[in-house]
Design a protein around this ligand. Sequence first.
Ligand code: TXA
Ligand code: MG
Length: 313
Amino acid sequence: MTQKLAASAEGIATAAEFLRAGDLASFPTETVYGLGADATNDHAVAAIYVAKDRPQFNPLIVHVADKSEAQRIVDFNPNADRLAEAFWPGALTLVLPRTRDCAVSLLVSAGLDTVAVRVPNHKTAHALLRATGRPIAAPSANPSGQISPTTAAHVMDGLNGRIAAVLDGGSCTVGIESTVVDLSGPTPVLLRPGGISYKDLLRVIPSLETTSGSPDAPKSPGMLERHYAPKTPLRLNAMTAKIGEVLLSFGPDDPSNSLNLSPSANLTEAAANLFAMMRDLDENNAAGIAVMPIPESGLGQAINDRLRRAATA
Ligand code: TXA
Ligand code: MG
């Protein structure tokens, strides 16, 4: 059962304890309710995908209390400085390169070299960030494919029993998700229209583009997937490594002492390890990475989706 917590000092402290322990807690922001996890905890982040029943690893937004905290996670540039100055706290998410010593889980980035960061404009969200003392990764708190929740009751409708708690902060004032702007490339690009309008953004960075030239047609999420692919070719459903290959194994029947996504065949653990292990193996300059079969159930679908994309990139 999911605990419904009042947005009191006590409720906030309880939600923060859950987050620090690696459990999931939903919390209000001015846009929509977020499904929060400790962004530095791979397992907690993997649990977000389980709770949402997401068939794919979409990258997640990391919520922080202020710009200086965001700067520990991503490298700012002049456009990012201007947008943060103009719109934070608020309904604007900035996609920027991960810092060298970024503590945020690679699963949050879904394998990309960037992190999306946002400073929400909501008292309860800030109190929770303070009490937790960690950056909080949070997609909208709805099961995959359903609409974003703007009340604690909506969150309960979709996720009751799947998360530890929901902090009830009443109705969200903005009611639509944040605008997402990618500042990691040579030109700033609007990825998702949202709470802050394209026109308002243009006033601050006139060079802002939309991929299609229209703010109504943002880059499809699928396009993001191409950003990350290992340099080393991937071979899927392999039982052993061939000469020159390194093995990414799964389950107790590991034929070697290679990296194992989950020796106990636990898919949440495998998801938590996936991106970090792929990167490790990619750095070996091996002829190939052979990946053992992963069952196509639960989180296995998202893991296999990502592996197939990496194999065909
Ligand atoms: O208002 C909001 O943005 C809410 C509240 C909870 O903050 N969150 C939210 O998260 O809508 P979600 O996961 O439902 O949407 C995140 C969006 C997706 O379109 C995702 O593709 C994009 O942000 N995104 C996240 N990280 C990214 C990255 N590193 N690069 C490109 N896009 C990213
Ligand atoms: Mg969403």
